[in-house]
Design a protein around this ligand. Structure first.
Ligand code: NAD
Length: 304
């Protein structure tokens, strides 16, 4: 009987997502190229498979991928050992990675040619959203594929949106993350300005949370420690969502904007700021560590 979920990529996001599927009673097996991530998954009681070849078999009814970039998704689905040629025709493919729209369409169309249903389903809500199963999930693909995926997506997230045809999930996600990158810089600027003005940052944070300057970085994921428990800024800026990932998403937004002649001056500036930060060796820090750049010599917080 086909009732197994194969989950590929159990990093910061994939790990808690796979764990939630496991806890819900789904038969799930995971694979990751990183030995460390495989060991972490095993410690959480997840079944692991030592290769894609042993992971994908006739019992698999759903494949979920949560990979860093388009090149990884392309390799997994369409590469020499591509799973599109290995799964059963009635298997549903769900790529939750945030990737470029073109690659997403290319993979989706290749699946379509083989009569296999596929959706792009990138998520927002961060590691905490993945842990609490409160992710926002934005789906691109046919209505039929969306409906088929809904029960499993509801285990992973709270708000599930059908954004449009294949690639639209990533389009929506790229728009969202461009705003997020800008908002994280804006939150850093405000809080660091308060610090230089010698106003209690906790007070300013509380005020902004309830006033018109609120944003997701202020209310959920502040870029300075001591404001909200459990955030990467409280954990020496270990990710979370890495600066490298945000840089990737801002690049995706920049390329998208160029392709349709859209003006995104703040998106472009945010990309320049994150790009420089990553070039200085900070790509594995959480993206909220951008407050270090903004704060300059007034920024004096622990960072790994
Ligand atoms: P991550 O780097 O922590 O995890 C990705 C995992 O994929 C890694 O463990 C890596 O070893 C694995 N991987 C890479 N190539 C592989 C392959 N060929 N086969 C198997 N495994 C492979 O990244 P993440 O933070 O979990 O992000 C994953 C995706 O989700 C990204 O596209 C990111 O933009 C998006 N995203 C992340 C967050 C967040 O807060 N971290 C939030 C929303 C969306």
């Amino acid at each position: 009987m086909r009732d197994k979920i194969a989950f590929i990529g159990v990093g910061n996001m994939g790990n808690p997502m796979a764990e939630n599927l496991h806890k819900s009673g789904k038969k799930i097996t995971v694979f990751d190229v990183s030995k460390e991530m495989m060991e972490r998954a095993e410690k959480k009681g997840l079944n692991t498979s030592e290769s894609i070849e042993s992971l994908i078999n006739e019992e698999v009814s759903i494949v979920i991928t949560m990979l860093p970039e388009g090149k990884h998704s392309k390799e997994i689905y369409l590469g020499d050992n591509g799973i599109i040629n290995k799964v059963s025709k009635d298997c549903l493919l769900i790529d939750c990675s945030t990737i470029d729209i073109e690659t997403s369409k290319e993979i989706g169309n290749a699946a379509d040619e083989q009569n296999i249903m596929m959706i792009d389903a990138p998520v927002s809500g961060g590691v905490m959203g993945a842990q609490k199963a409160t992710l926002n999930i934005m789906v691109g693909g046919s209505k039929e594929a969306f409906d088929k995926a809904l029960p499993v997506l509801k285990i992973l997230g709270k708000n599930i949106y059908h954004a449009g045809e294949i690639g639209s999930g990533n389009g929506a996600k790229i728009c969202n993350n461009m705003a997020l990158g800008i908002a994280m810089i804006a939150a850093s600027e405000s809080l660091m300005l308060a610090k230089r003005l010698n106003i209690d940052i906790k007070k300013v944070h509380e005020i902004m949370r309830n006033a018109s300057g609120n944003s997701w970085p202020i209310s959920v994921y502040p870029p300075l420690p001591g404001l909200i428990d459990g955030t990467p800024s409280n954990n020496n800026y270990r990710p979370g969502f890495s600066a490298g990932m945000m840089n990737k998403d801002l690049k995706l937004a920049y390329e998208c904007a160029k392709s349709v002649n859209a003006e995104t001056p703040l998106g472009k500036m945010a990309l320049e700021i994150y790009d420089q930060f990553c070039k200085e060796g900070n790509d594995t820090k959480d993206f909220s560590a951008i407050s270090k750049v903004i704060g300059g010599d007034a920024w004096d917080y622990p960072i790994d």
